[in-house]
Design a protein around this ligand. Structure first.
Ligand SMILES: *Cc1c(COP(=O)(O)O)cnc(C)c1O
Length: 370
């Protein structure tokens, strides 16, 4: 058997007619840039995130960068974020000319530890970027409290967590803004790059709209330095077809995650650590990630058995060569460093069949029992 991390073909085939019709509509309209599909998706995703405004941009990395700039974060400012995330989170801070301040994670959830945020605040701190890693929301209530106490901006990096909730609050509800990625592998994936900022703050939304079109307002008048970073109309048309299915897909991911977890807890209880869903959280399992002993050998063994797995992420951001100027060293953020050595993400997508999950479970059990 061959098992991929995700299978986008099945989803495509289930929506093929609708998708082709929608793409044809856009091509016939010749309205390719910031047309009615982008507007509709912005409205729908903002509403879904309990935010007033949505601003479609080129990708999820630009969404973070533009949100920071739109919220007034830049040169001389420090931005606190998790070290255990995809590079784009730290990269966006540096590209906004601010200084990333990396802090450690809660080892249970892999999300930023609010206690460590408090400890890292200085008089230069301007913003916090919690990352809702793997699809589980960070501790937003506490983060919001800290932000209010210190008058900080909060940009939620929700690239992996569209549709996640915590204690009845959705992603985007408590932060100054939240950012999404529509990279093809994300829970709501386009057929190319795409991203969005959602916010309740009218000024942040307006600034972001100006920044995504070269800082042009009115047209051909430039008071701020912007970029060309827009959500493509064809991608928005695709996403408008997919979006109504998102809740169902999230539920399917949760079912598959529970299936893995039950079996691993039955058969490998003291060997592997299954994902810990914190009380009150609705985890949308962008990734199903175990902590395992002898991780690299397990990964190689599974590969021989035809099972793809991934390591998200092998090097925490404070240890990345490009950030060496920041002066971190080995051992500074022990939980992030330990997680980087132990995590392994398994195949996970809404259409994943039970027989495939059984095969993955069987091979992992074999590895540890031999
Ligand atoms: C995917 C991702 C991004 C970047 O999104 P792109 O659309 O690929 O630019 C940012 N942060 C996290 C946590 C991600 O997973």
């Amino acid at each position: 058997m061959k098992i991929k991390m995700l299978d986008l073909n099945q989803q495509y085939l289930s929506l093929k007619e609708d998708l082709i019709e929608k793409l044809n509509e856009v091509m016939m309209s010749t309205n390719f840039i910031l047309g009615s599909n982008v507007k509709k998706l912005e409205d729908d995703v903002a509403k879904y995130s309990k935010a007033r405004y949505g601003v479609g941009v080129g990708n999820g990395s630009d969404a973070i960068h533009i949100a920071l700039q739109a919220a007034g974060v830049g040169e001389g400012d420090e931005v606190i974020t998790s070290s255990f995330t995809f590079f784009a989170t730290g990269g966006a801070i540096a590209r906004a000319n601010a200084t990333p301040v990396f802090v450690d994670i809660d080892p249970d959830t892999f999300n930023i530890d609010p206690q460590k945020i408090e400890e890292a605040i200085t008089n230069k701190t301007k913003a916090i970027i919690p990352v809702h890693l793997y699809g589980q929301m960070a501790d937003m209530e506490v983060i919001k409290e800290i932000a209010e106490k210190h008058n900080l901006v909060v940009i939620e990096d929700a690239a992996q967590a569209i549709g996640a909730k915590r204690n009845g609050k959705t992603v985007g509800e408590l932060g100054t803004a939240a950012t999404y990625s529509f990279f093809p592998t994300k829970n709501l994936g386009a057929y190319g790059d795409g991203g969005m900022i959602v916010t309740d703050n009218e000024e942040v939304a307006e600034n972001a709209r100006v920044i995504r079109v070269h800082g042009s307002k009115p047209k051909y008048h430039h008071h701020v330095l912007g970029y060309n970073s827009r959500l493509d109309e064809l991608q928005a048309a695709i996403l408008n077809v997919k979006f109504p299915h998102l809740e169902k897909w999230s539920a399917a991911r949760r079912e598959r995650a529970n299936y893995y977890t039950q079996h691993f807890n039955d058969m490998l209880k003291d060997i592997v650590t299954t994902p810990i869903e914190k009380e009150g959280n609705y985890h949308v399992y962008h990734q199903y990630t175990l902590r395992v002993p002898d991780r690299d050998a397990l990964q190689a063994y599974l590969k021989e058995q035809g099972i793809a797995t991934m390591i998200y992420y092998p090097i925490p951001l404070h240890m990345q060569p490009v950030f060496s100027d920041l002066g971190y060293s080995d051992g500074d953020l022990p939980h992030a460093e330990k997680a980087a050595k132990e995590v392994l993400s398994l195949p996970m997508y809404p259409e994943l069949e039970k027989e495939k999950q059984d095969y993955v479970i069987e091979k992992i059990v074999n590895f540890y029992k031999k």
